[in-house]
Each structure stands twice: as structure tokens, then as C-alpha cells.
Design a protein around this ligand. Structure first.
Ligand code: ZN
Length: 285
């Protein structure tokens, strides 16, 4: 198995637009990402508001880019049936947009417990039920769903899905024989601490469920639970080791940079951020 660095391979790398702090129109970001030589981009739903997905898809293609993933789902669990149904409808619309964009997958951040609830198993059951329904839509749209487990510190409010093992259990349960439309996105920030990380990556790979690799770094100390992600190389994650484990398990998709950093990278010039991403991907990933 190759142990190459990403030097000279930016065509294999993707920029998740959240990395730039959602400060510019998507059209500008597409041009900037392409101008630095990246091969892929991962837009967010809010950036498509008021735009025709097919028009954006054409602009992305014309810029020489592909869409690594489309971010992200509306949280599924709710305290009442009507909102639960509305959440699923919202996700169905987003899955259609993802298909129109030609995205490799739609990223599912499944949500935590409804406000005021203390029923974590109940939230997980709603997620299972909701995903079973969305999976049918994904099959119709021919668009895979990438379940993204989040670090357990978000279990209450963002994702009751916390580990790769848990996500893969769900995949196996909902799509037992054919693994074409349900898989996982492995985000370094959420998964790096997991003692089972490499085992679960191998398990996912054997089932052809590795749909994405998101990179950033874990800063010590981390000053904000959400918005203090580090640039690759500034923290403690063995990012090259993670990528190699993914590739050993059969992953051939892009390496996507996703950095939420309110006080640092989101305050800097977007082109400086992109140049730094390019450099660190090649030296630290
Ligand atoms: Zn991610």
C-alpha cells in the first residue's frame, strides 16, 4: 500500500466552504478554490439559498471542480410528530439538491435530543426511523448518505450518533446487503480519540461504506467546543496516519478540509486560508 504524501496532489483535496467562514458568495469561493489547484469543493446549503442548484453545478464543473459532499442534514429528532415529518421533508429537498449538484454524498449530522428531553435512546430511535425513510429517497435520487458521527460532547444538541461503530451498526441494520446508499464520513476532529478508530475504518472499508474523510486538527487546549478547530499540523491528530488507514481500507475519495475557527481562520483573508490549507495538506496529511 502506498505511503505517499499529498505533495503535488491537490487535485485529490477538497475545501469544505465552512473553512472560509461563510463570508463570501459561493460563486467567489468556487473561483478561489479552483484557482489554488484544489480538485474538489463541499458547499453548504445556506450558500445555495436563492440559487439554482443546476446553475451552481455548472459553474463548479466549468471551474474544473467536483463536489465531494453537500452539507448538511436538518436534525432529525423532534418532540412532536409534525416537526419530525417536516425535518424529513427538509432533508428530502436537500438530498435532491445534492443530486443536482452532482455531490458524491449528502452529509448527515443527525441531531441530538429535542429541547427539554432527557431521552437519548428515544432520540436514537427517531434517527433510525428517519434514516430508514430518507434512505428510500436517497436510492431514488441515486445519492449516497454519509452518516457523520460527531464527538460525544455534542450528543445532547447535535448528534446522538457519536462513534463510527454506532454509525456502522445503523448502516448494517438499515441497508444490510447492499451498501450503495448508506455509509460514513470520517471526520478527524470527531473520531481521532476513538480507541476503535482503525478497526472501524477497516470494517467500513470492507463494506464499501467509506464516503468521506474530513480533516482539521485538535488544538490543545481547545477553547470552544464548536468553533476552535485547528489547521492541519497545529494540533495533535496523526492526520497522515488516518488517511493511510482510510486508504488501506479501500478509500479512494478526496481529503476534505473542514475547519470551524471563529477567532482565527475565519478572521483571515480567504486566500491566505486557502494557501495555508494547500501547504498543510501537502506537508501534514
Ligand atoms: Zn465533518
Amino acid at each position: 500500500m502506498s505511503r505517499q504524501s499529498l505533495a503535488g496532489q491537490l487535485s485529490r483535496c477538497s475545501i469544505n466552504t465552512a473553512t472560509l467562514g461563510h463570508r463570501q458568495p459561493l460563486e467567489t469561493i468556487i473561483e478561489q478554490v479552483a484557482s489554488l489547484g484544489f480538485g474538489w469543493i463541499a458547499p453548504w446549503r445556506r450558500e445555495l439559498e436563492g440559487r439554482a442548484p443546476l446553475t451552481i453545478a455548472r459553474q463548479i464543473r466549468d471551474a474544473g471542480l467536483r463536489v465531494s459532499s453537500y452539507c448538511r442534514s436538518t436534525y432529525i429528532p423532534s418532540s412532536d410528530a409534525r416537526t419530525f415529518a417536516a425535518n424529513l421533508d427538509d432533508n428530502r429537498r436537500a438530498i435532491e439538491q445534492a443530486a443536482q449538484l452532482g455531490a458524491e454524498s449528502f452529509v448527515m449530522v443527525v441531531g441530538g435530543m429535542p429541547e427539554g428531553s432527557r431521552d437519548l435512546p428515544g432520540a436514537r430511535e427517531q434517527v433510525r426511523e428517519g434514516l430508514a425513510s430518507l434512505l428510500e429517497h436517497a436510492q431514488q435520487m441515486d445519492l449516497p448518505l454519509a452518516l457523520e458521527p460527531l464527538h460525544p460532547m455534542y450528543a445532547a444538541d447535535r448528534s446522538c450518533l457519536s462513534t463510527l461503530a454506532q454509525a456502522l451498526d445503523l448502516c448494517e441494520q438499515l441497508e444490510p446487503s447492499d451498501s450503495r446508499y448508506l455509509g460514513v464520513a470520517v471526520d478527524a476532529y470527531h473520531c481521532w480519540w476513538d480507541p476503535d478508530l482503525h478497526l472501524q475504518i477497516a470494517r467500513a472499508g470492507a463494506q464499501r461504506r467509506l464516503l468521506g474523510l474530513h480533516v482539521c486538527d485538535w488544538l490543545v487546549p481547545t477553547r470552544d467546543l464548536l468553533l476552535d478547530r485547528g489547521m492541519m499540523g497545529d494540533g495533535v491528530i496523526d492526520l497522515a496516519g488516518l488517511r493511510h488507514a482510510m486508504e488501506d481500507a479501500g478509500y479512494r475519495g478526496p481529503v476534505e478540509v473542514e475547519i470551524f475557527s471563529f477567532n482565527n481562520w475565519w478572521q483571515r483573508d480567504p486566500l491566505e486560508v486557502l494557501h495555508t490549507c494547500a501547504e498543510r495538506l501537502q506537508s501534514h496529511c
